[in-house]
Design a protein around this ligand. Structure first.
Ligand code: TK8
Length: 339
């Protein structure tokens, strides 16, 4: 009898303990991070999002889990930004260009012909100027972790080959949603129409717009070659992407958790830049094979465009502040003198 009672007590205790263990296990269920992005899963953005997710999971010992959600399934860039600010979504990666309405200094990256190669991009973005601009996001409820490469942008359209600025006249050209892009392409004579990236493919398909501009990689991964006949290699601006976190959510994380995210963001950045550059180097051939007619803008015509766009430089300098503008010019001169 006494034995039976003892066994019963032991069993009950074990059951209770078991129950409280599983309650604890529930308490430490992994932190779920929704990481949204705009391009397809099969793209440089999608591949790097996967690397980020795997690295976070590995470095946190499974305590943090990233669900990478592409193709703007969580909404276009600016909708996700608002969700991050409000704390309804944890993370995203998207264009710095769509952040200009939130942090005006981001407009620096939209300066046509500012950056002319990968080395300049990496030094500027990862150095004090990139940090200064990235950290400005904090006042607005966002934490910027790292910049990824979107790349040098080129023009496509369904109307005609663009050999001179005059060929842009009357072309309905989708631009990213900010004043620098709008003014730049208006200045060059196009009929510039700001629009979210997520609406772009169908707008091109239905001829709501005739053309758009994006790096080779995106023209390929978003299958724009299906609805665009002409591509002109202009390299008119180097576009970064930026990985951002909801500050509301970030502030609830431990220092260790924040470090896991920052470290993984850097791993994803290094992977992404290499992957993007490798892909861009082959993409022109791929796009030709898909049937696009490709021409390169002549150096003389490119110089004409730059001249015309100096007017936009003044607008950007006023937006980002003269100090930051001058600091950037000094930094670029320095980079260019140390070949
Ligand atoms: C993807 C966009 C895209 C950008 C654009 O969401 O909007 O044209 O180049 O990469 O951020």
């Amino acid at each position: 009898m006494a034995f039976l009672r003892r066994t019963l007590i032991a069993a009950t205790t074990a059951a209770l303990l078991g129950a409280s263990f599983s309650a604890m296990a529930q308490d430490i269920k992994p932190r779920l991070i929704r990481f949204g992005y705009g391009l397809n899963e099969q793209s440089n953005q999608g591949r790097a999002a996967k690397v980020f997710a795997e690295t976070v999971e590995k470095n946190s010992g499974g305590k943090m889990k990233v669900r990478a959600i592409g193709a703007a399934a969580l909404g276009p860039d600016n909708q996700m930004q608002q969700a991050l600010i409000g704390g309804a979504q944890e993370m995203m990666v998207g264009s710095t260009a769509t952040l200009v309405g939130i942090t005006k200094e981001m407009a620096l990256w939209d300066t046509p012909f500012l950056i002319s190669n990968a080395k300049e991009a990496d030094i500027l973005l990862d150095g004090p100027i990139g940090d200064k601009i990235r950290n400005k996001l904090q006042e607005k409820g966002l934490v910027g972790l790292v910049y990824w490469e979107n790349g040098f942008r080129n023009l496509t359209n369904s109307k005609r080959a663009i050999n001179t600025m005059e060929d842009l006249q009357g072309v309905k050209l989708r631009v990213m949603q900010n004043n620098v892009f709008l003014s730049s392409f208006q200045t060059l004579g196009a009929n510039a129409i700001p629009m979210a990236f997520s609406e772009l493919f169908s707008a091109l398909e239905t001829k709501t717009v005739d053309g758009q501009e994006n790096p080779f990689n995106t023209i390929l991964s978003s299958k724009f070659y299906e609805v665009q006949k002409y591509m002109t290699v202009t390299n008119h601006v180097y576009s970064p992407w930026i990985v951002t976190v909801s500050k509301k959510w970030w502030d609830q994380l431990s220092k260790d958790e924040q470090k896991v995210l920052m470290d993984a963001a850097k791993v994803s950045r290094d992977f992404e830049r290499k992957d993007t550059r490798d892909e861009a180097a082959k993409a022109m051939g791929d796009l030709k094979a898909k049937g696009m007619l490709i021409n390169e803008l002549s150096p003389a015509e490119s110089a004409r465009m730059r001249d015309k766009l100096t007017k936009v430089y003044a607008l950007i300098a006023a937006d980002v502040g003269m100090d930051l503008w001058n600091e950037t010019q000094v930094e670029l001169t320095k980079i260019r003198s140390t070949k």
